[in-house]
Design a protein around this ligand. Structure first.
Ligand SMILES: C[S@@+](CC[C@H](N)C(=O)[O-])C[C@H]1O[C@@H](n2cnc3c(N)ncnc32)[C@H](O)[C@@H]1O
Length: 353
């Protein structure tokens, strides 16, 4: 099987390379409005944002920053296929503006945009990432009433473009091969994820050192897009990330045997992507191996609980809990080539011995 991965280093508010209704899934994490590390980026997009921040007018700055993001969401709405899924990883911002410490609820603004633009909102995931920062308790310390709750979660908002249409569900073999294990379903589709550690978007506000490039990118952990891609798309689908950063979504698409497209305004990040790509073949095998081993361990415990397991996976000759899992098939990366920000990967069936 072959997959193709393209990156365009330009603003995703105009994705003119992409046809309307052509993308199966979007997985992304935008710059978070009102988080200081993104002030200069938003200010460069609209001088009124800079002026509002200087005038300590948080509400205006917040609204204008979301207007910038909305231009990209509009394009996403155009290029996504009917019934396609959009997943947005977003955190709210807390900030002192003038005399007030306050919350800027980014997830509310983004939900509002999608709901007002022909999307249906599906139950979201709270991604909990506890912080060990010594300054995590803000406000009046141990004295009421002016202490503030610490934000230790982000959202993964999930939307569907238009109505659910049964006739649009693919009937191909790919869909059945793309199944995940029953116990993975129970974990991945839980509304709170506590097992994925992240990096804070507050990091390295003023650090221009090249070594800190990764931190400046505010990359999300690979596990996050990997899960979402496996939950909401099938083999050979096209996954879009309009805020590509270091290309974590493309890496996750590669190890999930999906195609991918990324848009990014900062071409510096390609260096990190290529570095990660060199390690991807091994990582792909490790992840497959861990998934299979964990499954077998799960089945062993399940059987020890004197429960019967009726089905067998055709490609791997081991038990699975449900009929839907019998065609499950994982792929490994066999080889890859690159030509001008376009990567072509060959995948082969993963053998589990
Ligand atoms: C939170 S980071 C994404 C990090 C990414 N998920 C990763 O794992 O590396 C947001 C990225 O969006 C990029 N960006 C912001 N506005 C953009 C736009 N209009 N078009 C394309 N890229 C944009 C920024 O340069 C930044 O790299």
């Amino acid at each position: 099987m072959e997959t193709i991965h393209k990156v365009y280093f330009r603003d995703s508010s105009e994705m003119c390379e992409l046809e309307s209704d052509s993308v199966n899934l979007m997985v992304t994490s935008p710059p978070y409005p009102m988080i200081e590390m993104w002030d200069s980026l938003f200010s460069s997009l609209n001088v009124e944002i800079k002026e509002a921040l200087e005038a300590v007018d948080g509400k205006t700055a917040f609204n204008l920053m979301h207007e910038e993001l909305n231009k990209v969401w509009n394009e996403v709405s155009r290029v996504l296929k009917p019934s396609g899924i959009a997943c947005v990883n977003i955190g709210d911002a807390t900030r002192r503006i003038g005399k007030n410490f306050q919350l800027f609820p980014n997830h509310v603004k983004i939900s509002n945009f999608f709901l007002n633009n022909d999307f249906i909102e599906l139950p979201c995931i709270l991604w909990r990432k506890p912080t060990n920062s010594p300054n995590k308790f803000l406000g009046s310390g141990m004295l009421p009433p002016n202490a503030y709750v610490t934000l230790e979660h982000e959202y993964i908002l999930i939307f569907r473009k238009g109505d659910f249409k049964r006739e649009l569900i693919p009937k191909s073999e790919n869909r059945y091969n793309s199944a995940f294990f029953w116990e993975e379903r129970n974990k991945w589709f839980s509304d709170v994820w506590e097992d994925i550690k992240g990096t804070s978007q507050n990091l390295n506000k003023s650090n221009n050192n090249k070594k800190k490039l990764r931190e400046r990118s505010a990359a999300f952990p690979l596990e996050l897009p990997y899960r979402l891609i496996n939950m909401f798309s099938i083999y050979e689908d096209i996954v879009l990330d309009p805020f590509w950063g270091t290309g974590t979504t493309s890496l996750a698409a590669m190890i999930s045997t999906r195609n991918s497209i990324g848009y990014e305004i900062n071409s510096e990040f390609m260096e990190i992507f290529k570095r990660n790509l060199r390690k991807l073949k091994q990582l792909n095998n490790d992840i497959n191996y861990i998934r299979m081993s964990k499954h077998l361990e799960f089945i062993r415990r399940y059987k020890n609980g004197v429960k019967d397991v009726k089905y067998n996976a055709i490609h791997y000759k081991f038990p699975v809990i449900t009929k839907q899992e019998i065609d499950i098939l994982l792929y490994s990366i066999k080889s890859y080539s690159e030509n001008r920000n376009k990567f072509i990967l060959n995948h082969e069936k993963f053998k589990y011995d």
